[in-house]
Design a protein around this ligand. Structure first.
Ligand SMILES: O=C(O)c1cc(C(=O)O)oc(=O)c1
Length: 310
């Protein structure tokens, strides 16, 4: 099938720089995607955008280039609830990738078991209106109850302004809950203002809630972007991410978000994006928790419990 990219769509950055920051051994890129390729894994009819192709081979080459050991591949909305491209990436990772799926209530127990076998460890619930159509909360709660016994967690994606109305649903979820991209704060507002305080309260009051401190390239308003050798990129996002890393060091994850869906302003150099990490996790201990200990505990618990010899 021949797919036409959404107008204005930016392809991922070709030839990323080598990061100056060396990620610790065992680091996990805990938020990234594969797109198709569309000819092999067609994009879903209900998608809200058509991306460029971004294969597992490209993803794993980037992993090696940036110095990461493992990936968590998150189902992208352009594939709807057809998880074949993501599962194919896991199956061809030599055990170095785990995944987060999108499922409907019609998914069978056998399909869930097969996905578990392939390395899926969570489901994603998306509330960002430009990306997905609305799914009733009772359907999502039913799915959460079915995946909980598998030891899976729920990943939620929403915008900060919608947190108040989603609060009761999020806090009723029976599993670990991982928030994508810090709940998309408006970084032009104060880091200690009411909007971000509500997100901090969610994490403080509910110890099952984790956050990805990812996607500064999406959240930043004043930059500067991770381009042209800029190693202090997205300064306006730093106080937000740093606050979450320092307040909840054992419940944060980081990911590249490669291939960066829906960016139309600029496409970051992924090497420079890695150089953002030491600005938000400022000590070796915080970096190790963010990049190694936390994602390993959540996605490869069998390695985490094996102790330091991993
Ligand atoms: O903000 C976005 O546009 C976006 C989209 C998707 C997706 O389409 O799955 O995933 C993300 O992590 C972020």
């Amino acid at each position: 099938m021949d797919f036409q990219k959404t107008p204005g769509w930016l392809d991922w950055y070709a030839g990323p720089s080598k990061p100056r920051f060396r990620v610790p051994p065992g680091s996990v890129d805990a938020h990234c995607h594969v797109f198709g390729p569309g000819a092999e894994f067609p994009y879903a009819p209900e998608r809200k955008y058509t991306p460029c192709d971004a294969s597992k081979h490209r993803l794993y080459a980037l992993r090696d280039h940036l110095g990461f050991e493992r990936n968590v591949v998150v189902q992208a909305t352009c594939h709807g609830a057809d998880n074949r491209a993501m599962v194919d990436a896991l199956v061809h990772s030599n055990g170095r990738a785990r995944g987060v799926a999108t499922v409907r209530r019609s998914v069978s127990d056998e399909e869930l078991r097969a996905m578990h076998e392939a390395g899926v460890r969570g489901v994603r619930f998306n509330f960002v209106k430009r990306l997905v159509d609305f799914t009733p909360k009772d359907e999502l709660m039913e799915i959460a109850a079915r995946i909980a016994p598998l030891g899976w967690h729920v990943v939620i994606y929403f915008e900060a302004a919608d947190l108040p109305e989603l609060w009761d649903f999020f806090t009723a979820l029976p599993t670990t809950v991982v928030v994508d991209h810090m709940g998309r704060p408006d970084v032009t507002k104060p880091v200690d203002g009411p909007e971000f305080e509500l997100f901090v309260k969610l994490m403080r009051d509910y110890p099952n809630v984790w956050s990805k401190v990812s996607c500064p390239e999406r959240l930043s308003v004043s930059g500067p972007p991770a381009l042209n050798g800029e190693r202090k990129a997205y300064r306006d996002v730093v106080p937000f991410a740093r606050r979450i890393v320092e307040t909840f060091p054992d419940r944060v994850l980081w990911g590249t978000d490669w291939p960066h869906p829906n960016l139309k302003d600029h496409m970051p150099d992924d090497g420079l994006l890695v150089d953002f990490i030491p600005h938000i996790a400022t000590t070796a201990e915080l970096q190790r928790k963010l990049l190694v200990d936390n994602p390993t505990r959540l996605y490869w618990p069998e390695l985490a419990s094996a102790g330091p010899a991993r």
